[in-house]
Design a protein around this ligand. Sequence first.
Ligand code: NAD
Ligand code: DAU
Length: 339
Amino acid sequence: MERKKILVTGGAGFIGGNYVQYMVDKYPQYDIYNLDFLTYAGDLTKHKHIETKGNYHFVKADIADRETIMALFEKEKFDFVVHFAAESHVDRSITDPGVFVQTNIVGTQVLLDASRVVDVTKFVHVSTDEVYGELDFDPTTFFTEETPLQPNSPYSASKASSDLLVRSYNETYGLPVNITRCSNNYGPYHFPEKLIPLTISRVLNEQKVPVYGDGKNIRDWLHVIDHCAAIDLVLHEGVNGEVYNVGGHNERTNLEVVKTIISTLGKSEDLIEFVKDRLGHDKRYAIDPTKLEQLGWKPIYTFETGIAQTIQWYLDNKEWWEQIISGEYQNYFQKQYSL
Ligand code: NAD
Ligand code: DAU
C-alpha cells in the first residue's frame, strides 16, 4: 500500500486517542500526525507505547490558529485529514458556550481552508448524532442521514454548524469530504466527566453517582473501537460528499447503565443520587446505521461485552483516571454538582 500522511486532530482525547493507536498499529506504512492543543481533555501519557514507533508524530497546536495551521499544511502536505478535535462535553457548553463556537466552528473552518490549499484527498469530519436533536420514547423511530438537523445544546449547535461548513466546502469548492455522525461512545481513556467513566470511577471510590432527572433518558452506546473501525472504513471507502451514521443498536436508559456498572462492581444501588436535570436535556438518541452497514461495517462489541471490557480496563488502569480526577477536575466537579 502507498505511503500516506494522515492528520488526526484531537488525537490526545478519548476517541481521537483510540483512533491514533488503531491507525498506527494497523497501517505501519502511513505516517500518523496527531495534532492537539492539549486542553483539559487532552493527555499524551496514553501514547507512551507508540511514541517510539516511526510512524507516529505529535504536533501541539490550536486548530483555530490560522497562521500555524496553514504553515503546517503547506509544510507537510497531508493526504488525509480525520477531524476529531472539539470541545465535546454538553454540560460545559451550557456553562461556557463561547469556546465551543471558537473551537468547533472557527477551528473547523480553518482546517477546511488549509485542506483546500493542499488538495487533501479526503477530509473526514467526525460529528455526532446530537445534531439531529432528540427522539421521543417510541422505540421504532431512529435518526437516519435524512433526519433534519435540530440541535438543542450549544455543543450540538456548534457541531451542526461545523457539519454545514464541511458540506458547503464539498458543494462549493469540491473538497472531498465525509461526515460521520456517531452515537455515544464508551471504552478505554474516556474522560471521567462523561456518564460511564464518571460512574465507574465514583463507584470504585464508594462515592455518590449523580443521575440527572429521573434517569429515564436514553442513549445509544457504541464501543470506541467499533467507532474507530467505522471511521477507517469511511476514510477509505466512503462515497465523496456522503454522511454516514454510526451506531450499534445499544439503547439503554441512563439508570440501566448506572445499575449495570454498580452490579458488575458488586456495590450498592444506594450510591445512586438523583440530581437536578440538565437544561434542555435530550430525551432519546437512537441511530439507524443501515447505510454504513451497506458499506461493510459491523460492530464487534455488544453493550454487555463492551461494558465488561471497559470496567475491567478502568480497574487495570487506575493510575490514568486517578491522576485526572485529583487535579483541576475537582474544581469542575464541585461547580457542576453539589454532592
Ligand atoms: P474529547 O473531549 O475526549 O477530546 C477532544 C480533544 O480535542 C482533546 O484531546 C483536546 O485537547 C482537543 N482539542 C480541543 N480543543 C482543541 C483545539 N482548539 N485545537 C486542537 N485540539 C483541541 O472528545 P471525544 O469524546 O474524544 O470526541 C472527539 C470527537 O468526536 C468530537 O468532535 C466529538 O464531537 C465527536 N463525538 C464524540 C462522541 C462521544 O460519545 N464522546 C460521540 C460522537 C461524536
Ligand atoms: O451522542 C453523542 C454524544 O455523546 C457526543 O456528541 C458528546 O460529545 C458526548 O459527550 C456524549 O454526550 P451526552 O451528553 O449524551 O453524554 P454524557 O456522558 O455527558 O451524558 C450521557 C447521559 O447521562 C445524558 O443523558 C446525561 C446523563 N448524565 C450525565 C452525567 C455527566 C447523568 O445523568 N449524570 C451525569 O453526571
